[in-house]
Design a binder for this molecule. Structure first.
Ligand code: ADP
Ligand code: ZN
Length: 600
C-alpha cells in the first residue's frame, strides 16, 4: 500500500499542484493500492492525474489507451516537461522510433506509455506488454466502448483482453459521459463489474453561461468576442457547413483569426486547421459538431453557439470544451424563434421512428426551457443531470437578473392573432397584423379588417418576436412544418385565451453577455494595469519558448499559472515553487527566466 503522503509529494514535486482536487486523492490511493476504478468526471475535472500519479507511484510503466492519436505527442511533450519519462506507440511512428520505444518499455525506462487501441490489441503488442513490468492500464474516453454512443470505436471492444491476459494489473477506465446506461455498458464490456466507481459533480464553476436573444447573430458574436475575448482561443458552433464557411470568412474579414472546420472539408485542410487551433494562440475555429473529440486544448476561453444544439447533453458537452484549465471561460449562445422552428422541422421530417422523434422533441423542449428560464442557468443544467445546487452567481441570469413581465395580455393578443388569421401564418406576418402594418401581404388577405389588427401597436416589434418565441418554447404554440412554419394553437393556449392562466415572460436582452466586473468572474485574478502588462510579457515569453521547443504554449505553463505569476509576483525561486503549475522540473528550467521577467 502506498501512503497518501507519498502521493501528495509526487503531486507537489512533479506536477506542481498543492492539493488533489475532488476525488483525485481517493482514486489515486485506490489505484496505487492495486484496485480497479471506473471514473466519471466532467471535462477539465482532472482525470489525467488519476492515472499519471499512480503510474509514478507503482513500479513499472503505466499504459494509457486513448483514441486520440493526434494528441498523444502533445501529452508526451507535456509529461517530458515535468520530467516524467513518457513514450508513445501509434501508427504515425516510423519503425525505428517504435523499436526504440519498445526497448525503453522492456528495459524499464518509461513511467508512461501512450498506446492507440488498435495497436495495443495486436498479438505483437500484447507479447511486448507480457515482457514488461506494468504499473497499470488506463483506458481513457472509455465511453468509446458504448455501441449506442456517438464515439463508438470497435477496437475498444477488444480491450477486455487486458483483463484476461493481465489479471493482476490494476485498470482504470475514465470518461466524461455521465449517463447511467453508458456507465453500465463500460463496466460490462471492459470487465470492470467489480471496479470501484467514482462519480464527480458535473459542475464547471469557472464557465460563465449566457444565452442571449438572436437579433443579428454575427454582429452579436463579433461584439462578444471583441468585448470579452480579443485574442483568445475559442470555438464557434453552427449547424450547417455552409454557415460554418460563411461565418469563418466573415470573422476573418473582421480581423479575427478564424478557421472553418466541418466534415465536408478535405482531410488535409481539416487537420491543418485543427493543428493550428491546438498549437497557436488566439485561433477561433468555426465548426459543426464534427469538431469535438480530439480537441484537448485546455485554454479554450469561449465556446459560442450561433445555432441551438439538439439537447442539453449536446450543449453541455460542447460548452465543456471551454476552460479545462479552470481559468474563467464563457459559454455564450444566441438563439431565436427561427432556430426552434428549424430544429423542430428537422425532428419531424426525419425518417426516424415515432419513439425517437418523441424523445428528440422532449430533449429540445428541455433545452428551450434552459434558454427561457429567468433563474440560474447552472441550477437548471445540473438539475438535468440529477444534481441539486444553489444559484451560482456566475451565469447571465445570476449576474444580471432578467426582468420578467406580466405577458398575459400580450400572449392573449398573439394567440388571438394566430386564431383569427386561420393558423396559417408565421410570426413575421402575425407581428405585422398586431402592429397594424398596412402592407401588400396584409391587404391580400384582408387582415386589416380583423379585430386584432393594430391591437399590439403599444409593443415594439422585437418584444413581439420574443413573445412568439416564448409561446413556442412554453408549448402554447406549435409550428406547422407542412405549412411553411405556420403557427398553430396548442392545447395550453386555450386556458390563456379563456383568461384562466397568466403568463410571465422574461424580458430578453441582446447584450453581448453579462456585464460583469473582473471581481465577479470566478477564478479570475484582479490584475491592475502593471499586472496586465506583466501578464502580456509572460505570454510573449511563453510563445517564444513554445515555438523554440515546438510544443503547444500551454505545455510550457498554462494560463492560470501565468495569471497567478502576474498577480503574486514571487520574489525568488522558493516563491515561484508555491505557484500552482510549477513543479521541480519547471522551476529548474524556467525559474530564472520567470524571475527576470518579474523584475526580480
Ligand atoms: P480531463 O482529462 O478530466 O478533462 P485534465 O486531466 O486535462 O482534465 O485536467 C484539466 C486541467 O486541470 C489541467 O490543466 C490540469 O493541470 C488541471 N488539474 C488537474 N488536477 C489538478 C489539481 N489537483 N490541482 C490543480 N490543477 C489540476
Ligand atoms: Zn447562475
Amino acid at each position: 500500500m502506498v501512503s497518501p503522503s507519498k502521493a501528495l509529494s509526487v503531486l507537489r514535486e512533479t506536477f506542481g499542484h498543492p492539493e488533489f482536487r475532488g476525488a483525485q486523492a481517493e482514486i489515486v490511493e485506490h489505484l496505487a493500492g492495486g484496485g480497479d476504478a471506473l471514473v466519471l468526471m466532467p471535462t477539465g475535472g482532472g482525470k489525467s492525474l488519476c492515472y499519471q500519479v499512480p503510474s509514478l507511484l507503482r513500479p513499472g510503466t503505466g499504459i494509457v489507451i486513448s483514441p486520440l492519436i493526434a494528441l498523444m505527442e502533445d501529452q508526451v511533450a507535456a509529461m517530458t516537461q515535468l520530467g516524467v519519462r513518457a513514450g508513445v506507440l501509434n501508427s504515425t511512428l516510423d519503425a525505428a522510433k517504435a523499436r526504440a520505444t519498445e526497448r525503453d518499455l522492456i528495459e524499464g525506462r518509461l513511467d508512461l506509455l501512450y498506446v492507440a487501441p488498435e495497436r495495443l490489441t495486436t498479438p505483437r503488442c500484447l507479447e511486448l506488454l507480457g515482457a514488461a513490468r506494468l504499473a497499470l492500464f488506463a483506458i481513457d474516453e472509455a465511453h468509446c466502448v458504448s455501441q449506442w454512443g456517438h464515439d463508438f470505436r470497435p477496437e475498444y471492444l477488444q480491450l477486455s483482453v487486458l483483463h484476461e491476459r493481465f489479471p493482476e494489473v490494476p485498470r482504470i477506465a475514465l470518461t466524461a459521459t455521465a449517463d447511467p446506461v453508458t456507465r453500465r455498458e463500460i463496466a460490462q464490456r471492459l470487465g470492470l463489474g467489480d471496479a470501484r466507481v467514482f462519480v464527480s459533480s458535473f459542475d464547471r464553476p469557472n464557465i460563465t453561461y449566457s444565452i442571449v436573444e438572436k437579433v443579428d447573430a454575427r454582429a452579436q458574436l463579433l461584439r462578444f468576442i471583441r468585448a470579452e475575448h480579443a485574442a483568445d482561443a475559442g470555438i464557434v458552433y453552427c449547424l450547417s457547413r455552409k454557415k460554418v464557411e460563411e461565418t469563418a470568412a466573415w470573422l476573418a474579414a473582421q480581423g479575427i483569426t478564424a478557421l472553418p472546420y466541418h466534415a465536408g472539408m478535405d482531410a488535409a485542410r481539416r487537420s491543418a486547421h485543427q493543428a493550428r487551433f491546438q498549437r497557436e494562440e488566439g485561433v477561433v475555429v468555426v465548426a459543426t459538431i464534427a469538431f469535438g473529440m480530439g480537441i484537448d486544448k485546455p485554454d479554450v476561453r469561449f465556446v459560442a453557439h450561433l445555432d441551438l444544439p439538439k439537447s442539453i447533453e449536446g450543449y453541455y458537452q460542447e460548452t465543456g470544451r471551454a476552460g479545462r484549465d479552470q481559468a474563467p471561460a464563457d459559454a455564450w449562445m444566441t438563439y431565436g424563434l427561427a432556430d426552434v422552428v428549424q430544429l423542430r422541422r428537422l425532428i419531424e421530417t426525419s425518417e426516424a421512428s415515432e419513439d425517437y422523434k418523441r424523445v428528440s422533441g422532449a430533449k429540445l423542449d428541455a433545452l428551450l426551457g434552459l434558454c427561457e428560464t429567468a433563474q440560474c442557468r447552472r441550477v437548471r443544467l445540473l438539475q438535468y443531470f440529477g444534481e441539486e445546487s444553489a444559484p451560482c452567481g456566475n451565469c447571465d441570469n445570476c449576474l444580471v437578473p432578467p426582468e420578467t413581465w406580466d405577458a398575459t395580455e400580450a400572449a392573449r393578443k398573439a394567440l388571438s392573432a394566430i386564431y383569427r388569421t386561420g393558423q396559417r401564418f408565421g410570426a413575421m406576418h402575425l407581428i405585422d397584423v398586431l402592429r397594424g402594418r398596412d402592407n401588400e401581404r396584409v391587404r391580400r388577405w384582408h387582415h386589416e379588417e380583423l379585430s386584432v389588427f393594430g391591437v399590439g401597436r403599444d409593443l415594439e416589434e422585437g418584444l413581439w418576436r420574443s413573445v412568439f418565441r416564448q409561446l413556442v418554447a412554453l408549448g402554447m404554440v406549435e409550428v406547422d412544418h407542412e405549412a411553411y412554419g405556420a403557427l398553430k394553437l396548442a392545447e395550453p393556449a386555450r386556458r390563456v385565451l379563456k383568461g384562466l392562466d397568466e403568463v410571465q415572460m422574461r424580458r430578453s436582452a441582446d447584450t453581448p453577455g453579462p456585464r460583469r466586473t473582473r471581481a465577479t468572474r470566478v477564478g479570475a485574478p484582479e490584475l491592475d494595469g502593471p499586472g496586465a502588462l506583466l501578464l502580456s510579457h509572460l505570454k510573449a515569453w511563453r510563445l517564444e519558448e513554445a515555438r523554440a521547443q515546438s510544443v503547444p504554449a500551454y505545455v510550457i505553463l498554462n494560463d492560470s499559472t501565468l495569471s497567478q505569476l502576474a498577480l503574486r509576483r514571487p520574489e525568488d525561486l522558493a516563491g515561484l515553487a508555491q505557484i500552482n503549475g510549477i513543479g521541480a522540473k519547471k522551476l529548474e528550467r524556467y525559474g530564472p527566466a520567470l524571475l527576470r521577467i518579474l523584475g526580480r
